[in-house]
Design a protein around this ligand. Sequence first.
Ligand SMILES: [Zn+2]
Ligand SMILES: [Zn+2]
Ligand SMILES: [Zn+2]
Length: 760
Amino acid sequence: VIGVRLSIRGTVQGVGFRPWIARLASRCGARGRVWNDGLGVTLELHGGDAEIASLVNGLSADLPPAAAITSVSAESIAHRWLEGFEIVASDAEGAAQISFPADLAICEICRSEIHDPKNRRFRYAFTNCTHCGPRYTIVERLPYDRASTTMSNFRLCPICHEEYTNIRDRRFHAEPNACPSCGPKLWLLDAAGKAIRSLDPIRSAAEAICAGQIVALKGIGGFHLAVDATDQEAVLRLRLRKRREAKPLAVMVATVEDAERLALLSEEERRCLLSVERPIVIASRREVTPLAPSIAQDARTVGLILAYSPLHILLVEATGRPLVMTSGNLADEPIARTTEEAQTKLGGVVDLILTHDREIKNRIDDSVVRVVAKKPLLLRRARGFVPRSISLSRPFARPVVAAGGLLKNTFCVGHDAEAILGPHIGDLDDADALATFEEALERLLGLLRISPEVIAHDLHPDFWSTRWAQNQRCPLTFAIQHHHAHVVSVAADNGLEGPVLGFAWDGAGLGADGSSWGGELLLATFEGYRRIATFRPIALAGGDRAIREVWRVAIAAFDDALGNDMPWDRLALFKGVTGRRKEEVRQVIDRGLAQRAHGVGRWFDALGAILFDSESARYEGEVAVRLEHAADPGERRSYRFDFERDTEVIEVDLRPMLRAVVDDLTKHVHLGTIAARFHETLILAAREMVRFAVRDHGRLPVVLGGGCFQNARLAEGVMEAIAADGLKPFLPRRSPPGDGGISLGQAVIADALARRVAGK
Ligand SMILES: [Zn+2]
Ligand SMILES: [Zn+2]
Ligand SMILES: [Zn+2]
């Protein structure tokens, strides 16, 4: 007989791991005990060699669905005679450096229970078990057990207590375990915050939705706003009140069959919809659907999400129709978390509030996924993923915090070989968003018991994230160039330690020379980069205004390409733009006062403004999205472009393309054909950029970063072109390609720079 102590690391808390071990041990006949420690799970086993060996072998098979083991280390200990096997109280000592659980979508068994009139949890909105339910959103501290969650206020009734303590029960140590007699309860409020009597709040909310009203409901990570997705008037009213003019809205349905009625789903898209993270999946919309047109204007796609909590399932089923399910916030503000926030911030938006008394500790939005090149690409990494860590091939020398950028901000905490991306904060452009950022970061650092020794921020001096970073007064603070961060983020995500060739194609980011970059091909390592190629810049007259008012970049780009030959008066675009405003833009450019912008996003804007007669973009990237949707899938020809090779950085000159576009327009070539040729031109330009780089620097892996690669046609085209040249292309898979992913790159780069400074 021997004794062994195993330290198990990975996603092993809050996923039913200890009960699973306990059942395994009793099957193997091993005696011992198991507990959550600050780092994961500790397991002590006592028994014969054979029993212990069979248990250790069992660790690699049939794990609980959401569990993942990253490492197991063993030491031998003195043998003790223990009776059977038990789960003992958690050990709260030591640095908590673990991967703690993200929220889990409802499992099939719990789903059948809430549908079973004979079950005591029939239609109970807070049903969960060891394999499903809220986790990150209710945790106050680690280790993860009931006393550390917002469920600690609810005393288990005798039946729930029996489930919780019986090792044979599927709710054994389900920390948020609850039932109608002992758990959280629902109630309704009107827009003014006055309680409304209802015997069945879910049914009352469903009736309100079916009558065209807007209902706020408290979900897992915050409040959602729900309306009938087939009611055009209701959707328009929601847009108006929420101040969300045009950005597509997500649609929630109860089952994957319901989703198939609205979209054509690939196998991978079905898998994503049904995954335990339950993200919003951007899929191809069917031509005929009952959806209101204003859900997504002239888009070929629709964002679908399956109801993932009992409350959402019961509500969607009670309405019997697809529902718009969008974050409970105004424009790009943080999502409302408490009932008080919902009343004060959403009072003017909603007709009814469906709330409850299970407190949300950590706010988080729904995640967004799009299948690109046959694999999921995370457009927004939030519920279901956060705070799961991204394991890296090279460990951090010291704990790092990276503050991210301006748009779609996330922060990143790096320690050991793990990077933890925080929740999607949204645009970090006011004090409210900064408070949300600080709250989420402090909570995560507290949970992990980490204090950063290295801080990273963007090169841009005026970002709120930059100012936050500088205020920390940390001696090892580094400003990281935006596109270097994009490239290293994708490299680290894919386990590449560099050097790599990296595309960073996005809207804007401050370059080292003071101009705005975003059409870059970099040769990059974690320590530094060299700019190999970019696009000829467009003058950005009016700075940030030129990013929204896309007619400004259209004038700059087409003037540059065609000068006086540009047939402006024949274009519908400038109906609303007076000659005087046009002249103002030209004067700013002529005097050299406009910033120079290399971003591929600006080329999308310039072209899209002309093709769609659109004066301005109503949300970030709108024009690019429209161009992608318009592009004819069958058209493979491209336009001509030039290279400027005399400059230190090779410049792709797209002016010949613009001249050809104007030619096509005058010949009335279909817009879909022009949009497709534009995409093909960028793909060809990417291939040529890489060929130049390979000549000088050899055959390196090629990574694709930046928001432009959310565009499936562009991303897949560039991937194919690079692969056709015998090189290996990579998209990010665990972090977003857009600005929501740059904090990962910032953290990795800052670690490399800190090692150099501190000589380690
Ligand atoms: Zn369950
Ligand atoms: Zn109970
Ligand atoms: Zn960017």
